[in-house]
Design a protein around this ligand. Structure first.
Ligand code: BGC
Length: 257
């Protein structure tokens, strides 16, 4: 698999399952040590950490609910105290709540926006400060979604968060470039992860969705992780301010009925 990331330290949020877990494993396979952020330090988190460690890399678990700036500062402080530095930040943690627009409650809006947008905003700010203070370059990658572009009825708070991540990425790509820090998004389509558990259990919805995907299948977390590893490596040193869509063609598929 190569060792493009040897000697680097990567912080991956939301890494106990799904896309985050696959990213942690892929970056470790390419040589990085991993700060594995999880919401709760439970069996699932320890299983992920064990899988990273089994690859021969150092793995430190940092547990925190990412709601609020204090929690985000705590995560960064933990990473700095356990590793001398981190070079790569993957803002992956995210959630979605289904409700038609007219029924969205403030608590649901806050839950989605806090984790999907506010936490990446302030974690990135804290991370960038550590890089700049140390005079080190760095790579920041947000896991957004095709829904940073594409409407997703009944998921308006989710779409607002992902659209926000797109402009967060573009803005700070410009502001952080003079410090040697690149910022990009990976925008997954429909991927086989726990966020899609209900869909995966519903053959009719699944058939309709797969019918909208030109490559005629859902993606695997490892296919997102491969794109992240590329953007985190020096192969992507000249890429900043971009969204890399990994969706089997879903985003641009328009079919007349
Ligand atoms: C959402 C999934 C959805 C997929 C494709 C993702 O961002 O989390 O629920 O299936 O986009 O629409």
């Amino acid at each position: 698999m190569g060792d493009r990331l040897r000697g680097r330290v990567a912080l991956v949020t939301g890494a106990s399952q799904g896309i985050g877990r696959a990213i942690a494993l892929r970056l470790a396979r390419e040589g990085a040590d991993i700060a594995l952020h999880v919401r709760r330090d439970d069996d699932r988190a320890r299983e992920s950490a064990g899988a990273v460690a089994a690859l021969g890399r150092r793995c430190e678990v940092v547990a925190a609910d990412l709601a609020g700036v204090a929690a985000v500062s705590h995560v960064m402080a933990q990473v700095s105290s356990r590793f001398t530095h981190a070079d790569i930040l993957i803002n992956n943690a995210g959630l979605e709540r289904r409700a038609d627009f007219l029924s969205v409650r403030e608590a649901d809006y806050d839950a989605v926006l806090d984790v999907n947008l506010k936490a990446p905003f302030f974690l990135t700010q804290a991370f960038a400060k550590t890089l700049i203070a140390a005079g080190r370059p760095g790579k920041i990658i947000h896991i957004s979604s095709v829904h940073e572009e594409l409407p997703f009825p009944n998921f308006t708070a989710y779409c607002a968060s992902k659209g926000g991540l797109k402009m967060l990425m573009r803005n700070i790509a410009v502001e952080l470039a003079p410090h040697g820090i690149t910022v990009n998004n990976v925008a997954p389509g429909a991927i086989r992860t726990p966020i899609n558990a209900a869909l995966l259990d519903d053959p009719e919805r699944l058939r309709q969705l797969v019918g909208q995907i030109p490559l005629a299948r859902m993606g695997d977390p490892e296919e997102i992780a491969a794109a992240v590893a590329f953007l985190a490596s020096s192969d992507a040193d000249y890429i900043t301010g971009s969204s890399l869509v990994v969706d089997g063609g879903l985003l641009w598929n328009y079919q007349e009925q």
